[in-house]
Design a protein around this ligand. Structure first.
Ligand code: XMP
Length: 310
């Protein structure tokens, strides 16, 4: 595919669809939503409003870091604090699909519905890619961003039209487009991070203390595996606990799983042979997080596993 041509085509289509109306998009800092932001900013200029929704599920320092990166590229981004909305919606939920549904509803109906009403935006731009659509349609998983493909009438239910300029691309194609658009390598080559964020890495209830645990583990894993050239790496908090011993006392502690995979486009994946010494170091650091006394390395390929845990 000629990605330059793709960019020109999408810019023309966005201008054509949005006309003189206003469009809004949510930036998460991942490659998909970053590409949509730059593409739409080029197409629409001031007719685009970009927001970063702090859903309480992001990694350490992520909201501020992402907003600054785009402001440095002269793309204005509003930081919207919706932490209480998301935490409230997930209270008591343990079922993976219910958690995803709660995030979808909070994001689109509550937070976005309000922003759309306030801004008068008629269009919502979304970074949905082909793999999201295929897996959702196949019933493998309900990705948080798939609505139209599931037959949901967004115009009727949410009051806006969704535009998905990347829906014909896979991840590798999106990275190519990012390069054509001149996005920094920090974004173009960034490892994938899912829309429902750290909620996909907490098995069981998502609470503030549990988020703090998985956030700390994530920071360690990302720091240690940054140079690994792996497709994706992550830390996951399980809902089970295990007996351990600390300061000569028995402790029933949390279990963190480390996952590091090779993949081309996340449809299939295999575990990376991370050097033993590196794994030991990660384990040692993770088990220093308060309340965590076990650290496991996941060897499972996709399939049968998925990449994320919910
Ligand atoms: P799974 O867990 O389905 O993940 O094997 C495949 C790839 O997709 C990412 N992922 C998501 N990305 N919204 C996203 O934007 C989601 O709901 C979502 N769920 C999974 C995952 O990180 C992996 O790269």
């Amino acid at each position: 595919m000629d990605y330059r041509e793709f960019v020109e085509q999408q810019i023309a289509e966005l201008r054509n669809s949005v006309g003189e109306e206003t469009a809004i998009n949510a930036l998460s800092g991942g490659v998909d939503s970053s590409v949509v932001t730059v593409l739409a900013h080029r197409a629409l200029g001031k007719k685009l409003k970009t927001v970063f929704v702090d859903n309480a599920l992001m990694r350490e320092g992520e909201p501020e870091r992402v907003v600054k990166l785009f402001i440095d590229m002269d793309i204005p981004v509003d930081l919207v604090d919706a932490r209480a909305d998301f935490l409230g919606a997930m209270k008591g939920l343990t079922d993976p699909e219910q958690k995803r549904q709660a995030i979808t509803d909070t994001f689109y109906k509550k937070v976005f519905g309000k922003l759309v009403r306030e801004t008068g935006a008629r269009f919502l731009l979304h970074g949905t890619i082909l793999t999201d659509i295929e897996e959702t349609v196949a019933g493998i998983k309900r990705q948080h961003n798939i609505l139209t493909q599931l037959g949901i009438d967004v115009q009727k239910e949410y009051g806006y039209t969704v535009l998905e300029p990347l829906k014909s691309l896979r991840k590798d194609g999106v990275r190519q487009v990012a390069k054509v658009l001149g996005l920094p390598a920090e974004i173009a080559d960034r490892i994938p991070f899912p829309g429902p964020a750290l909620a996909t890495r907490i098995v069981g209830e998502v609470t503030e203390p549990r988020l703090a645990t998985v956030r700390a583990a994530t920071a360690i894993v990302e720091e240690e595996l940054h140079d690994s050239a792996a497709f994706q790496y992550m830390a996951v908090l399980l809902s089970d606990k295990a007996t351990g011993i600390r300061n000569n006392k028995r402790e029933f502690g949390e279990i963190i799983v480390v996952r590091c995979i090779d993949s081309v486009d996340a449809r299939e994946a295999t575990a990376v042979e991370v050097p033993w010494a590196k794994l030991h170091r990660i384990c040692e650091r993770i088990t220093r997080i308060p309340g965590v006394n076990r650290c496991l390395y996941d060897l499972t390929p996709k399939p049968p596993a998925t990449v994320e845990y919910i």
